[in-house]
Design a protein around this ligand. Structure first.
Ligand code: ATP
Ligand code: MG
Length: 422
């Protein structure tokens, strides 16, 4: 026998319950985004490696050690996308969608990072991302946060915390970097290996360190908030005011600098205490400099991405029940019943577009068909046997409630279901 081929470590199949949960998350998120009149985009999973090293930054975990990069058959160096923003910006520029225009878009799909797999951290995972281009005002930052807050409410997550910070303008940040570098240089002996490496090229990332031994050094570091330029301060206080007005609570977090280089001004993360070290379920911020960095005209931009696997873990652990597979199950009592049963199913689909009608296929006795109907989770079974064909009727049987079975004329079925399916 041939040896079994298995999936790659950290890359999951989603089938049955998990597939239903992922699908539910995507559908719910998509519905919310459409409530805010955002448009979908579908983008490639593979891009030139240079796009990510330029957008995300050379001195980042992603580019330094997490990307799946390879030379293709033409010798071009490509990477599986580790996140969606860089590709989205590239696509906006390339399709000419930024010049004199604004865009509010969303996407979802697999992302790839070579990390150590653990609960809530995988090598292929899914993000739902949202990006807005062409608006510099804080109300857009607030709108994005309002979107996420509405989504958590829809999903029944009431214990997420919003962490908020401002990184200021690029200029202010450059000034602050000098101050911060000086501070860390005065305490070189306390820096761990990662931080030493980041000191010259990306000192802000040191603030992001999860090493507890560095906690005190970081807590005493000069604060970015004290080095914000006036415009950034005004932007940030407007955002806070708008969030107060919306009733969205937040925590100001000085050390929130985000792992990616491209952010400026607003940065935010939604966190939960239920996922251990994988605490962040959604992260985003403003990235006004990225479009020019990738070769476009100056365009303000802001966005966020949610990690769907982390939300999946939370849903799976809650009392969330996935929807049953069907609402109505058609049981076919004989060979002659196949055609009329099929037509009846079609007319139900015509009149009730939201109702999922499973037509039994594959033959078998009534008993085994009823078992399948039950397993499908359907509320109603419709039974069409030989007697029913003669009288042009069918049996309607409730599978989840204790109500008597009824015999219904074919031409009365839609009327009957109108009351039954309420
Ligand atoms: P972390 O600090 O947890 O590694 P990150 O800062 O690298 O997160 P981002 O690049 O901001 O993550 O991605 C946005 C979101 O995508 C994260 O908040 C998280 O929910 C999710 N995410 C990131 N990496 C993974 C992964 N390997 N597996 C599952 N979800 C992930
Ligand atoms: Mg990471």
């Amino acid at each position: 026998m041939a040896t079994k081929l298995t999936a790659i470590r950290g890359m999951n199949d989603y089938v049955q319950g998990n597939a239903a949960i992922l699908n539910y998350l995507i559908q719910t998120a998509e519905q919310v985004l459409q409530q805010y009149a955002y448009q979908p985009v579908y983008l490639p999973v593979v891009e030139k490696t240079a796009l990510f090293s330029r957008a995300i930054g050379e001195v980042t975990d992603i580019v330094e050690k997490e990307m799946y990069s390879f030379d293709d058959r033409n010798g071009d160096n490509l990477s599986l996308r580790p996140e969606g923003t860089a590709g989205c910006v590239r696509a906006m520029i390339e399709n000419g969608l930024l010049y004199n225009q604004t865009q509010k878009v969303y996407y979802y799909g697999p992302m790839f990072r070579h990390e150590r797999p653990q609960k809530g951290r995988y090598r292929q995972f899914h993000q739902f991302g949202v990006e807005v281009f062409g608006f510099s005002a804080a109300e857009v930052d607030a709108e994005l946060i309002a979107i996420t807050a509405r989504l958590w409410e829809q999903l029944g997550f009431d214990d997420f915390e919003l962490q908020l910070n401002s990184l200021g303008s690029t200029e202010a940040r450059t000034q602050y970097k000098i101050v911060l570098t000086d501070y860390f240089k005065d305490h070189l002996e306390q820096l761990d290996e990662d931080s030493l490496r980041r000191l010259d090229r990306n000192p802000l990332r040191i603030l992001d360190s999860k090493n507890p031994a560095m906690g005190e050094l970081i807590a005493n570091a000069p604060r970015l908030a004290d080095h914000l330029d006036e415009a950034s301060q005004a932007h940030f206080s407007k955002l806070c005011r708008l969030l107060d007005g919306l009733g969205v609570a937040y925590q100001l977090n000085d050390n929130l600098v985000r792992g990616l280089d491209y952010y400026n001004q607003t940065v935010f993360e939604w966190t939960t205490t239920k996922l251990g070290a994988q605490a962040t379920v959604c992260a985003g911020g403003r990235y006004d400099g990225l479009v020019t960095q990738i070769g476009g005209q100056p365009t303000p931009a802001v966005g966020f991405a949610m990690g769907l696997e982390r939300l999946m873990v939370l849903l799976a652990e809650s009392d969330f029940k996935t929807r049953p597979n069907a609402d109505i199950y058609m049981i076919v009592g004989s060979e002659q019943a196949i055609q009329p049963a099929g037509l009846l199913c079609e007319s139900i689909r015509d009149y009730f577009p939201g109702v999922r009608v499973a037509m039994h296929s594959g033959g078998g006795g009534l008993k085994s068909q009823f078992k399948k109907a039950d397993k499908s989770g359907a509320r109603l079974a419709l039974v069409l046997g030989e007697d029913e064909i003669q009288s042009q009727t069918l049996q309607v049987k409730a599978l989840r409630e204790d109500v008597p079975q009824e015999t219904i004329q074919w031409n009365q079925l839609i009327t009957h279901l109108t009351t039954r399916m309420k």
